[in-house]
Write a protein that binds this ligand. Sequence first.
Ligand code: ATP
Length: 441
Amino acid sequence: MAEKTESKMDKIVSLCKRRGFVFQGSEIYGGLRGTWDFGPLGVLLNNNIKREWWKMFVLDREDMYGLDAAILMNEKVWEASGHTGAGFADPIVECEKCNHRFRADHLENKEVCPDCGGKLGEQKDFNLMFATKVGAEGNVQSYLRPETAQGIFVNFKNVVDSMSPKLPFGIAQTGKAFRNEIAPREFLFRVREFEQMEIEYFVKEGEWEVEFEKLLLDIRAWHARLGLSADNIREYEVPANDLAHYSKRTIDFEYNYPGKGYDELAGFAYRTDHDLKSHQVASGVSMEYIEPDGSRFIPHVLEPSFGVGRALLAVLSEAYTEDEMNGEVRTYLKLPTYLAPYRAAVSPLLKNKPELVAKAREVFAMLKKEFGNVAFDDNSNVGKRYRRQDEIGTPHCVTIDFETLGEENPDLKDTVTVRDRDTGEQTRVKIEDLVNYMMQG
Ligand code: ATP
């Protein structure tokens, strides 16, 4: 059983490379551990995930405001947030013989090197932030941000002053984050450069529990929107003795990754007023919110935090399907229509018939104008095209044939064949009805 699920992840990794979803970072130079590059189809899928998230959590709501803060920030931000200290460090041990380093908390035997059998040295703290110097003189210390959240806290005042939001309200941001993970592994799961989608939702202290429950429903709805089955998601309620000192409640959303089992997909924490208070103390700038009746206080905050890469990996794991069609095994990605890299692929039945190609181009232009992400595919024969499009999750393949030209049956003139990815069923649809037809599925 374990072998079967493990091989599913291998198949997903290989599909990702073969079909242009994800490539190893700096591959021609032997790679750079913990970095991956998104190829043409990976960018489309990634962007679709982020667009859906932004739509659900920002555009469709009245209480959310967007933000795009700089990756480089004043080093005082990270001192105030605690990231420069032991709070953002992993315990590390180094082998005295081969100098390989390991996460101490991941080792069963903290004395012996698992690589060479040498003696392991003393446990130390290893800070996960990438330090960098800013300015021509190189004398300004900065860091690549390890989370997007702090960009939100330091702009809290700016958003309040410019937008006059009423509590409760949230500030949402998507963007890159960087962590010098000691042991990057499991494809996109643990990497050194990744993208986050984060919200800081500001509430009155007395209302945190009610708002927590509401956001919990929204997070569940988001995971359903990604097409993830509730059976593959576990909500891990972090026990009180494991909570960060400032948190009163944290839930980790864990996905059942193939070959790996349940591990964190997203997190949701009630962080009290810890962050705003820390920045108020460190910067000397008031983080108070003033109510219409003149009362002032530092709002409390709920933080749903999502990783794009872990979401993409879960989406692919859920969508990856093998079945048998026409007596052959086929692989397809059963992606929700709105996440599929290509909404449709348009093909002429034969590519050496100019009249078919011309008509196919017309239909392609029409669909592209409507949906944007539509492919023109005239490679090899129809059967192979279907298989290739199945493998990348294209919901509909539209084929222009001689019937479309009205050569055999005038009644079928200006109709096309639309093939459904999941069932393989083919339906004749009038070109003028095509957009509507596709919108329904
Ligand atoms: P973990 O315990 O797995 O290291 P974390 O609890 O440190 O994760 P958070 O700081 O809560 O993670 O970050 C929020 C989200 O960012 C995570 O739920 C995950 O989706 C994503 N994330 C964090 N670290 C990484 C990483 N190294 N690679 C990919 N995604 C990550």
